[in-house]
Structure formats: C-alpha cells, structure tokens
Design a protein around this ligand. Sequence first.
Ligand code: XIL
Length: 380
Amino acid sequence: MSVFLCCRTPAFAFLFVAAGHVAAGCVPDPIPPFEPPSDTGLKSLARARGLTIGSQFNPADLAADSSLEGLLLHEVDLVIPGNDFKMRLIHPQKDTFHFDTTDGVLDWAEEHDLEVHGHTLMWDKSLPAWVEDGSWTREQLIEVLENHISTVVGRYRGRVAAWDVVNEAFCDPAVERDCIVESGESGGMDPSIWRTVIGPDAIELALRAARAADPDAKLYINDNGYELPDTAKALKLYSYVEDLVARGVPLDGVGIQMHWALDEILSASQRAEGKQAVATLFQKLNDLGLEVRITELDVRLPQDRCASEDFLAGQADAFALALEVCLEAASCPSFNMWGLTDRYSWIPDAKPGYDCATPFDEEYVAKPAYFALSDTLQAE
Ligand code: XIL
C-alpha cells in the first residue's frame, strides 16, 4: 500500500478504498480568493522609489487560478515565466521551436502593462536532449547557440525588456565538482557543454548574438551564491565581467538570484553583517558601469518552522534587507522574487525539508515578509 498525496495541503488529501486496495487520490485544493493586504500594492510603492518590482510565475498556474492573476496584477510590474523560455521547453528539437506559451505570456503581459524578463537563453541545467546528447564540434555548437538566441530573442524583439542571457555559468571549486579553474584563479566556470565544447568565449558569443537580435533589450549574466564579494565565485564572476566591460562586449548588468535559507542567516547580527557584504558587492559591480538586479529572491524556512513567529520575523527581516540593498545601490533597477505565494513555490520539491519561502502563504494570506517589504518601500 502506498500513500501518495498530490495536494499541497494535506487536509484536502484523502484515501479511497476500491476493490480491496487502498489507493491514493486527492481533490484539488479549492482556490482561495486573493484579498489585497493593502490598498497600495508593492508595485506602486516601488514605482515611487524608481524601482520595478517583479515575480516569477508559471503560465499553467495562472491559467488555472484567477487568484494568482489577482495577486500578480496587484503587486508587480514585471513577470518572469519560470521555465517556458528555457531551451528544453522552447526549442525541444533541432528544427522545432515551441512558442505557444511564451507568445501567450507576452500577450497577457502587454494587456496588463507588465514588463517581461526573459529567463534564460544559455543554461546547462535545462538543455534539450538533442543538444545534451549530441556530439558537437566547436563550430557546430556555436551555430546551435547563435541560431537559438537569434531566433528566440529576434521573435520577441522590442517586447522582452531584459534577458538572462547566461544562467549559472560560474562556480566555486570548493563547493562544486568539476569546476573549471584557470591557473592563478580561485573561482571557476561551470563545466557546461557550452564551456567545454565552445570554450570560455561562449558567454561573449551569446551576448553578441542577443545584442544583434534585439539592440534595445537589456542583457544580463545571472548567477547564484555570490553574495559575499570575497568568495572564490564572486571574485571569478567579477573579474570575468570586468574583462567583458573593458573589451566592450555587450552587457548591461548582472543578476543575483538570492535563494536564501533562513537557518543559515538566523541571527539578526549575521544578517546585518551579510547586508554590508552584499552592499559592497553591488557597489563593486555598479562601479564597473553595470546594473545589478535581484532576480530570484526567496527565503526558505525549515518546513517545521513555517508557523514560528521568530522564523517568520527573521524571514521578513531578510526580505527587507535585500530590498534595502537594492534601494540603496547606485543602480539596482529591479527587485524580483521567485514567486509571490507558497502555493506554487519550487522550494518543497527542490530543497527537501524546506518550504514557505515567499511573502504570501499558500492560502494567499500575506506574511510578515510582505509587510516588511511594504514598510521598507515607504521608509525615508
Ligand atoms: C526552477 C523552476 O522554478 C522549477 O520549476 C524547475 O523545476 C527548475 O528550475 N535558479 C534558476 C531557475 O535560475 O531557473 C530555477 O527555476 C531556480 C533556481
């Protein structure tokens, strides 16, 4: 007998007995209404500060849940389809592109005056099998990369405001296996097929192809886990983008994902120290003439602490400090969260034992994190 709960809310899971077997099933969780927690959504408060606030979402969830649409339209000015621009979904066969979903996202976003952030063009964790399993020469793979980018970016020219051209290309050899480290350096580059077959200039080629396909879109390099500027990964990313800027390679900015675990930054003093370090990183990157965006913020809690007042207060503090760093930076035009509601967060699947990483719970009730963001936007 196996029990399989397919609902996020166990209260709605049920077992049924048929033909002597206990099988598993569930009724879909009823969708709670979205009731705005404040008259003024975060987006209007952010606009008054010159900041664009955004969120990831999955188009399939939006189609099935009008409360999700209500939440997004009330709170954000920018949306990021979480998966649908990734190569595995948008370019599943060598000669086949699947544009239906992203076309629909663009139409919906334009109808509601939302900016669209494209995520992502070059990422080894979302490759279609035809790329991953193919055997390529450098020239052939460059052609694949350039064709992919010019087709996708070209289709949405003038409509997708910014692209994460490259995602998660850097690494720390102490943390990640097979990280490619050049002599004299501590941090390295992810051993993606792009890096191993094309070489270190794969990123530059991708950026140039994106610029050629849409001269007005903002082009970003996006990565995670480099908040602390003295770490191997941050040093490598910094020296890499410094070189790109010096050589005039088209690059507008860098995105920092910020997927945080609260139990790693539990004390207020840890968070205050962390804030200083992150602010230093932003300043270094801004000093190169690059914008910095927060691209994927969420702050996960151990599952059994989701109702803890202390943890929820710490989470609120963490969201607020990320926002403060962005507001105080010379150039941080956009602050984006990887989902606004726990109902559709990637965390329980991707980080076992953790949950409740967003500002609204799965019933669309705002948490202390939401009010901390709202207060921070209104603070002098
Ligand atoms: C995640 C999506 O949210 C999941 O639905 C998917 O199964 C895996 O990818 N960093 C990124 C995002 O850059 O693309 C990831 O998105 C989350 C981590």
